[in-house]
Design a protein around this ligand. Structure first.
Ligand code: FES
Length: 100
């Protein structure tokens, strides 16, 4: 377990996501009823999910509109049993840490 500080809470607006590169991995962190981190690589054509629009726990890939659950990483349409990797998130003194 390696907690890495990646941002301050104020860096990610409520209802939005932001992309980070951590140890060579593209990770999207969303501020939506808490903070949630998933791999930032859409399985369709590697689109970044971080700028996608959120509807509850579901983010829409901005490129061709595939949908993922930001808590579980689960792809919600087109293909079965696809899950993006998720990462535990903790907040400490207004900073966001993820376990990579
Ligand atoms: S790259 Fe995400 S839907 Fe096409």
């Amino acid at each position: 377990m390696v907690w890495k500080k990646i941002a301050s809470q104020s860096d990610i607006a409520s209802g939005k996501g932001k992309a980070f590169e951590v140890d060579g991995n593209r990770i999207a962190v969303f501020n939506q009823n808490g903070y949630h981190a998933i791999d930032d690589v859409c399985v369709h054509q590697d689109g970044s999910l971080a700028p996608g629009s959120l509807d509850g726990d579901i983010v829409e890939c901005p490129l061709h509109f595939w949908h993922y659950n930001i808590r579980t990483g689960e792809l919600k349409d087109y293909l079965k049993d696809i899950k993006l990797r998720t990462y535990p998130v903790k907040i400490q003194e207004s900073d966001i840490y993820i376990d990579v």
